[in-house]
Design a protein around this ligand. Structure first.
Ligand SMILES: [Zn+2]
Length: 205
């Protein structure tokens, strides 16, 4: 089989071929095709985009939360798409999940509200080093006014969120008032996937 025939064979099939099969013909041709982009070689089209990837990490982080009602995660990313930090809503270090209240009602002292550290603040405080100036924060729920203060002060310049269901509350209105004044952008997540599934089963690896 000559080289022309090999090209025609690979192009028309438009699919991945095994190294074993290709090496039977010509290893040099195989390497040329690998360096050309390879749309015709079966590259996946349904991979998640950067925003979905980082929001996915925020959502995964939220699963660590012990809060029975609200689970929020956050992921901070720099301008080179490097993850700087992650966090989720939880109690401060040393405050036991088993001893502090998780209730939403009753005497405020015995509710979760005075104690829980929100995901955004935890992500900012957890970050191990390097400037957060110019970073983005991915958080499923629009940040409250307290977290907005921390976001602004840390130098984060953009918020990517999914839900703004508390938009009519004073907290979120105040949050937007401060974010607008400080020039911090906020954008609803744009993606092509409505859901993703993770499996820990060996057979799925
Ligand atoms: Zn908050």
């Amino acid at each position: 089989m000559n080289k022309t025939n090999i090209y025609a064979k690979f192009y028309l099939r438009q699919t991945l071929f095994t190294f074993q099969e290709a090496s039977c013909y010509n290893g040099i041709i195989l390497r040329i095709w690998y360096g050309m982009g390879m749309d015709s070689m079966g590259k996946r089209k349904d991979y998640i985009n950067w925003d979905e990837y980082f929001m996915g990490i925020a959502l995964l982080s939220a699963l660590r939360s012990k809060d029975p009602n609200t689970r929020v995660g956050a992921c901070i990313v720099n301008g080179r798409n490097k993850i700087m930090s992650v966090g989720y809503n939880g109690l401060p270090l040393g405050c036991s999940d088993d001893e502090f209240p998780w209730s939403r009602e009753g005497d405020e002292y015995d509710t979760k509200y005075p104690y829980v550290c929100h995901a955004e603040l935890n992500a900012i405080l957890n970050h191990a080093g390097g400037p957060l100036d110019g970073c983005k924060i991915y958080v499923p729920l629009f940040p409250c006014n307290e977290c907005a203060k921390a976001i602004i002060q840390s130098g984060i310049r953009e918020i990517i969120y999914i839900s703004d269901k508390y938009a009519d509350t004073v907290g979120v209105k105040a949050s937007k008032r401060m974010l607008d004044a400080a020039g911090v952008k906020y954008t609803r997540l744009k993606g092509t996937h409505s859901a993703l599934t993770l499996s820990f089963e060996e057979k799925s690896i």
